[in-house]
Design a protein around this ligand. Structure first.
Ligand code: AMP
Length: 337
């Protein structure tokens, strides 16, 4: 049997069939490392980027372990944003489709009542943002006594968004006897504190290097350009590609300003994001970009860190990034789209 195949994990044939229909033919690096450990119900800390295939890395074991007959939720996945909650729910439903695994997504600024009635029905796996999960716990609309796996997805983003206290409160409601898997692109000290408080001392650690090979489904290409004609070629490229939502990364604020001016004068729906702007202006630009009013955003790495845009179709590296990791951070953003 091929070593690099989903079959080697020994999971249910219904899951294997679902993976084939999704056209996932072989595991990504993070999936190869995580799935065997997760199937053994080990606690795991995984340092990996978006775009690495991490959702399926925990999705397969959760679907494999879920018992269809059990009506109460058996796994809880905490995520920082509504978009990610919906994406993770969809990925889980896709993997568990033939096993008829039902996943429910809950998040704020959306009808509590609708979510309550969804949770009342069979829900094997619940994914949600911490605030809303906590509300459901307090209202008794989410029952967690059968939860045997907890996933903290994009833990560093949950920390950045100030959700850590809520995460800890949620954990206090969960059965002590459980598996905890933590996924994070970076490991700041507060995350390590969570790890040492709430995870087994025998936990496994998986660290994936940020690399182009570790992120599937993103088409990478480069164009040789002369410095003098770079901006003109950028416009030609954007005309040919006609992206729905595109971020153009530059290394410095000055380059951002000059590219922005050029594209703006060419009549493109564009704005910019860099560290020199105040927070309110940045939020306003991001809202316009998310809503689709702007199709292009010119940004520096720092300004664009942590932004979450659904359906980003293109990333242009106008400047080659200074750090190798930044290339992966930049391009990983299209991984979900
Ligand atoms: P994630 O890191 O979970 O956001 O996944 C990034 C992208 O990789 C998603 O579009 C997945 O559909 C895709 N993906 C996940 N696993 C595989 C795989 N084994 N083969 C090909 N694509 C995959």
């Amino acid at each position: 049997m091929n070593k690099h195949s989903f079959e080697t994990f020994g999971v249910n044939s219904e899951i294997l069939k679902a993976l084939t229909s999704l056209r996932y033919f072989k595991p990504t690096a993070v999936q190869e490392a995580v799935i065997p450990l997760a199937l053994e119900k080990q606690d795991i800390i995984v340092e990996s980027q978006t775009g690495s295939g991490k959702t399926i890395a925990f999705g397969i074991p959760l679907c494999e372990q879920a018992e269809w007959e059990e009506n109460k939720p058996q796994a809880l996945i905490l995520v920082p944003t509504r978009e990610l909650a919906l994406q993770v729910k969809e990925d889980i439903m896709n993997v568990g489709r033939l096993k008829r695994i039902k996943a429910t997504a809950v998040f704020g600024k959306s009808s509590f009542k609708t979510q309550k009635s969804e949770l009342k029905q069979k829900s094997h796996i619940v994914v949600g943002t911490p605030g809303r999960i906590l509300e459901h716990l307090k209202e008794g609309t989410l029952v967690v006594d059968k939860v045997s796996s907890l996933v903290l997805d994009e833990a560093d983003e949950m920390l950045n968004m100030g959700f850590i206290e809520q995460v800890e409160e949620i954990i206090s409601h969960l059965p002590k006897e459980r598996q905890t898997m933590l996924f994070s692109a970076t490991m700041p000290p507060q995350i390590e504190r969570i790890v040492s408080f709430y995870m087994s001392p025998d936990r496994a650690s998986v660290r994936m290097e940020a690399s182009v090979e570790n992120t599937p489904k993103i088409l990478h290409s480069y164009i040789n350009v002369e410095e003098e004609s770079k901006k003109k070629q950028l416009i030609d490229l954007l005309t040919i590609e006609n992206p729905d939502a595109c971020i153009i990364f530059c290394n410095t604020k000055d380059v951002v300003d000059s590219v922005m001016k050029y594209l703006d004068e060419a009549g493109l729906p564009i704005d910019k994001l860099h560290g020199g702007m105040d927070q309110d202006d940045r939020v306003e630009v991001m809202d316009e970009f998310r809503s689709g009013k702007l199709r292009y955003l010119v940004a520096t790495d720092v300004a664009a860190r942590g932004i979450d845009v659904d359906n980003l179709t293109h990333v242009v590296n106008y400047d080659v990034p200074f750090e190798k990791e930044n290339y992966t951070h930049r391009t990983g953003r299209t991984g979900r789209a």
